[in-house]
Design a protein around this ligand. Sequence first.
Ligand code: HEC
Ligand code: HEC
Ligand code: HEC
Length: 133
Amino acid sequence: MRLYNRGMIIAGIVVFLIVTTFPFWYGRGKAVPPPDLKLDTPAILGLKEKRCVEPASYMRSSHMKLLVTWRDDVVREGKRTYTATDGRLHEISLTGSCLACHSNKKQFCDRCHDYSGAKPACWSCHIIPEEVR
Ligand code: HEC
Ligand code: HEC
Ligand code: HEC
């Protein structure tokens, strides 16, 4: 039997490298841009100061933790008012607070969750107010 020739082996290695590194170079230059979150709901446009319950950077990284704390406050402690770190008071309510300001759930919450692959399953029980915009 004849030995495989050098050309064949090199071609094989090249094909192997292209296939195994494909995921690394294919996406270059066309990474999916982060979604454009729409903050301009009537409730938010009407605010004197464009502030969330807590600072935006904290909300971006930790709103899920805040929501769990809120749920426990209501369900376990019967506590329905949240005192934010800046002293403002907020009703503890997913529908009545978060979605009162962020009334465009599709363009705000969902757009970011779709992008990041998060699938919060809250809406079988919690009401989504009719989208204002
Ligand atoms: C199986 C039904 C169910 C699901 C699913 C569910 N909840 Fe709730 N949640 C409740 C009930 C019942 C209450 C108590 C309502 C009350 O006493 O006002 C509550 C209360 C809350 C509260 C405080 C009160 C309010 O009106 O918002 C928060 C915040 C909350 N849940 C967050 C969440 C989040 C976030 C999710 C998804 C990750 C979720 N819940 C999924 C049933 C559910
Ligand atoms: C009083 C109106 C109001 C309420 C209530 C409110 N938000 Fe916000 N939210 C805002 C505003 C305004 C911003 C933009 C703040 C900024 O850019 O500094 C924001 C920003 C955010 C962001 C960051 C978005 C980004 O830029 O990446 C998240 C996430 C968020 N909110 C989630 C929530 C959740 C979850 C709740 C309920 C626990 C909530 N918000 C309640 C008004 C509100
Ligand atoms: C800036 C992007 C962004 C925005 C805007 C955003 N989320 Fe999220 N959310 C995430 C990410 C990312 C996760 C997943 C975090 C993880 O898996 O640790 C998440 C997770 C959650 C969870 C926990 C899911 C679970 O099953 O544990 C809830 C509840 C939630 N988001 C509610 C909301 C609500 C309500 C809004 C709109 C008011 C909102 N989020 C807006 C990025 C966002």
